[in-house]
Write a protein that binds this ligand. Sequence first.
Ligand code: PEP
Ligand code: MG
Length: 584
Amino acid sequence: MTFSLHGIPVSKGIAIGRAVLISRAALEVSHHLVDVGQEEFEADRLLAAFKHVRQELETLRHALPKDAPQEMAAFLDVHGMILADPTLAEKPLKLIRTQRLNAAWALTTELNDLLEQFAEIEDPYLKERAHDIRQVAERVLKALHTQQKEGLAQSDFLAPSDIGVDSIIVAHDIAPHDMLRFKEYAFKGFVTDLGGRTSHTAIVARSMEIPAVVGARHSSEIIRHGDWLVLDGDRGVVVVSPSERLLEEYRSLQREELAESQKLQQIKYSATKTKDGVPIALFANIELPEDAKQVVDSGAVGVGLFRSEFLFMNRNEALPGEEQQYLEYRRVIELMHGLPVNIRTIDVGADKALGSGSDLSQTGTSPLGLRAIRWSLTEPEIFLTQLRAILRASAHGQARIMIPMLAHAKEINETLRLLEKAKTQLQQRGQLFNPNIQIGAMIEIPAAALVLPLFIRHFDFLSIGTNDLIQYTLAIDRADHAVAHLYDPYHPAVLNLLSNIIGQAKKADIPIAVCGEMAGDPDLTKLLLGMGLTDFSMHFSQLLLVKREILRADVSEIKKHIAAVLAAVEPEEQVSALAALAAT
Ligand code: PEP
Ligand code: MG
């Protein structure tokens, strides 16, 4: 039977393929059968991992300071009790011995069964315990992984093996670092139950140029492994078991889209300026150094945002050191052949956690928590290492440093102090760098926008992170599908804030760009041009779509309508003001 599910379209295009259901646990562990005769060895590995975690918890319990909150001890006790219950190990041991499942697979199978049982429990206290069980199991998985690193077994951490070129991945949620891992695989698209339009998972999906729909609630429960799906990334629709007639309609839409994107190539080499001659600079956003290859080809005039944290994520070993980072940054700079590259310092936290092998993997999970520069300033050695690596790379081309999430004057001062310190360290070592390297600030917290002169005084350039600026202005968690309908770039508060930042920066003659997703949305191009924006940074797949809008725009005409758009607070008023602007 054909039916459809609806979610949030986050990456355009139409995909037709078969569903591959990925459980959360499957994202983290590999599935393989152990060799005949190795069952006891594998069972012993699991038992050793349990023992390791038991000892770990006991050590933690004894090391608790007397004044530690009571909940902390209770929490460790609950985990200790779960671990002591023989049933948690019993079934996985049986699965290893009778079905030869590897230890991590056996454990996650049991975990999934238990979580399903807990999902049916009404009692909220007991329901909460599911969370504890998951955490305990994750600790055991981590211990198994440590054994593997020490050479005791083959890898437990591999990507799913049944992803093929015709697959559409269906998952409850996919973390950005898992998306990154999927980048190595060819598949057609993905759909998740959770997520918002500017969640980092969605951003990575766009960078992979595959259709994606997030926030399609319950899709991972309703869709079955192997179902035929049509994923419509333009409209946010997932059609399950499409009829032959529907398939033909979508295939014809696919053909139209292909023809459209081929037509767009014609404007690739023309100068990027508006109809009335205003030159516009289009930069690209990248997540990984190799993305730079496509950037040059796309016609971008530089990298406006290199999200360097992706180098630090999805790693099972230690964080990359100075030398390794230096080589990666240098690679991007050299690939860009002298064009500028804004290397943003690590922005972890919120929906981006560091890799599971790092001791620092549990960085802030709240968007209001220890994120981005806040985190870097609490880890000055890691920050200094990164600054030295960027500085050294600056000897090979136009590297620039960009700092995320600044809000306080004292954060600015501390950042600049550490930058000077990194320079002194390199001088003492006799290593080359550009002493006049430019440093820029991202404006993505309303507080920063409201004290812009402070930023203008201290920085060489500014870049507006609209993804976060919207999140923090409207108090909407950008990764939370439950409030995704309220995440609105057109909110008058957002538009006025943006216009204000751009206006002040232009007046002070400091370079200002937008590098959030708004810059890559062709529906918003005229609006941003009207506010005076001339530098846009976006994923390169959006570049020609935005360029087409720029070539059609007449800034002097658009500007006549901007005041009315900014003054419109009632929805109907705004609709008609925007329609007048669009008609220019
Ligand atoms: C932003 O917030 O708009 C931005 C570009 O940074 P990120 O999406 O990585 O938070
Ligand atoms: Mg941001």
